[in-house]
Write a protein that binds this ligand. Structure first.
Ligand code: HEC
Length: 194
């Protein structure tokens, strides 16, 4: 008699039931341990830990000077885009300048002037956006190089106005002498890369 023929239907039923129960049991264990784990991670960091974590995260965030270096990058390249009358590229750098200026005043919205009075950087930026920056964009949209140059200079003076207001008169700006990256091809008619 072969082994197979000795296995009865009951044996198979018991075996299958055993497997099913085993699977159900291990699923239950896995679920319970997942629940326990989730509960542990919700309740475990105590309040002081959260404060410490927040401090650690803050220490890894950017600072205003770093964001201003982005502004410097975009605004410098904007000059060369205008010089090459590459108005699409100019529009790109103008938009980046504005968005990084907004980011800069989110990082530090208020500073002190030289009399230790509060200076509201957000308000200064709003006036800048509604004045010289808007006119600069109009010159870009009109593809007018003369107006572009005049409004670029006026914008640069306004940039410096905020530096003076924030008690940093030594952050004096000038028309850039070369682009911030040698990688950018400013020629709007360049044929490479295709
Ligand atoms: C609303 C105020 C404000 C405006 C507008 C502003 N800046 Fe600034 N900028 C600052 C402040 C404040 C600092 C110093 C940040 C610091 O000390 O962390 C600064 C720093 C800088 C620096 C020095 C960054 C470094 O670390 O070397 C440059 C460059 C700069 N700004 C360029 C510009 C340009 C270009 C514009 C105009 C397109 C501009 N800024 C407009 C407030 C302003």
């Amino acid at each position: 008699m072969s082994i197979l023929s000795r296995i009865s239907f009951t044996d198979i039923a018991v075996l299958v039931a055993g497997i099913v129960m085993g699977v159900l049991w291990s699923l239950g264990v896995a679920r319970n341990s997942a629940v326990a784990h989730a509960q542990a991670s919700v309740s475990s960091p105590s309040a002081p830990d959260v404060a410490a974590e927040l401090e650690a995260i803050k220490g890894k965030l950017t600072d205003q000077s770093h964001v201003m270096q982005d502004v410097s990058y975009h605004f410098s390249n904007l000059w060369f885009a205008g010089q090459h009358e590459n108005w699409d590229l100019a529009n790109f750098y103008w938009t980046e300048t504005r968005s990084h200026l907004r980011w800069a005043v989110r990082v530090i919205p208020k500073r002190k002037d030289n009399a230790r009075q509060d200076v509201d950087l957000v308000t200064i930026l709003q006036a800048f956006e509604n004045g010289p920056l808007q006119q600069l964009q109009a010159a870009i949209a009109a593809k007018n190089k003369t107006a572009f140059e005049a409004n670029y200079r006026a914008s640069l003076e306004t940039c410096y106005g905020c530096h003076k207001a924030a008690d940093k008169p030594f952050l004096r700006l000038q028309i850039p002498q070369r682009p911030e990256t040698p990688l950018m091809n400013f020629d709007p008619r360049a044929s490479w890369p295709r």
